[in-house]
Design a protein around this ligand. Structure first.
Ligand code: M6R
Length: 364
């Protein structure tokens, strides 16, 4: 049931601190501060390349994972949407790991891609929320998310749980590859362990987000910008908005604006900038200022320090708790979900059952 919530989507957004904690519990060993996978003896050290394949929101989780696997484990990653993967004759070397990410475990394109990778001799890992699903059953390494049933067509809690599992996998791969410095695994465990409370703190901005949703609800087009792991988050923010509010939205890598999309900027196109303070903050802010210099109306999502530094001149700001960059994608998912939700409610669309969409796409 929806409990006290008006929609399943809102209920599922609010469940995130609990289900992310639940998911992390099966990967983080709090006693000795290590990270383990459900099959502890699964050998990751020989993996030379990872191929990640998924659709929609699960694909964006995979895109965050690509940044993590390359940064922490120094393993090269190929990333594809499932519908493109199979038909572009992908090259997979023997001994590769193919990783499929799916809430339902039944998405037809992803399942077909999995079978193709299997036929090419890849080891199959699956991050999945339904342990009885086709993909879960066909995995060599099943990495479950424990989000519980997700009813809203717009994926929310499955996404943050996928990120939690993928961060744990990245850390495991990094350890297997000898890429972790002494004490680093313990640090990662601590950072991930802080995610549920930080997500909870992000939820406290629900009313503030509802109050500013009008900036976006009246627009015809909206852009989302981010760098690093905030780039996939920008893509996810745009997907959330378009699928439930029917407002045209696009996500871009912040640095890519000047290569074309900045031509779209005028005062009718709100630009949502996702920029937690950290190593990439100044770069993103300079892209944001290029937008503002052309009359663009910016909604800045950052932490207190980031908003102090760059919030002036924005039409709205959304303040997040200050978090370690590793968990920022899990935390910043919350305001983009809530923004899409409140815009959709303001527009009166069917939030849980948007037009033309099915929860699980079992046709190609
Ligand atoms: O069940 P899956 O994770 O395989 O589904 C993939 C996509 O169909 C799904 O994420 C879709 O994009 C959502 N409606 C996004 O909110």
């Amino acid at each position: 049931s929806k409990g006290n919530h008006r929609h399943y989507m809102l209920k599922e957004i609010y469940e995130q601190p609990i289900v992310v904690a639940q998911t992390l519990r099966s990967y983080l060993q709090r006693m000795d501060e290590t990270i383990t996978l459900p099959i502890p003896e699964f050998e990751l050290s020989g993996i030379k390349r990872v191929t990640i394949v998924a659709c929609g929101t699960s694909f964006y989780a995979g895109m965050v994972a690509k940044y993590w696997f390359e940064q922490f484990a120094r393993v090269p990653v190929d990333l594809d949407v499932a519908s493109e993967f199979r038909y572009r004759a992908p090259v997979m070397e023997a001994g590769g790991l193919a990783l499929f990410i799916s809430q339902s475990g039944e998405t037809a394109d992803t399942l077909a891609a999995l079978r193709h990778a299997r036929s090419e001799g890849q080891t199959i890992a699956v991050v999945c929320n339904v342990p009885t699903s086709s993909m879960a059953r066909e995995a060599d390494l099943l990495l479950p998310t424990h989000a519980g049933p997700e009813i809203g067509v717009a994926s929310t809690k499955a996404f943050t749980c996928q990120l939690a599992v993928l961060a744990a996998l990245a850390a495991n791969l990094a350890r297997a590859k000898g890429q972790l410095k002494p004490g680093e695994e313990r640090q990662i465990v601590r950072h991930l362990g802080e995610a549920p409370a930080a997500i909870n703190a992000a939820l406290a901005y629900d009313e503030a987000i509802e109050a500013m949703a009008g900036v976006v609800a009246t627009a015809r087009d909206v852009l989302y910008l981010g760098r690093g792991t905030d780039y996939p988050l920008a893509l996810e923010g745009a997907l959330k908005l378009k699928e439930i509010s029917y407002i045209h939205a696009e996500g871009y890598a912040a640095g890519e604006m000047k290569h074309g999309p900045i031509a779209l900027i005028d005062d009718a196109v709100p630009v949502v900038v996702i920029a937690p303070s950290g190593p990439l903050f100044d770069k993103t802010v300079s892209n944001m200022q290029e937008v503002q210099a052309r009359g663009g109306r910016v909604v800045l999502i950052s932490d207190y320090d980031g908003i102090q530094a760059a919030g002036e001149g924005c039409v709205a700001t959304i303040t997040m708790p200050k978090v370690h960059p590793l968990i920022a994608p899990l935390v910043y998912a919350v305001p983009i979900q809530l923004l899409a939700y409140h815009v959709a409610v303001a527009k009166g669309t069917d939030v849980d059952q948007p037009r033309n969409l099915a929860k699980s796409v079992t046709v190609e």
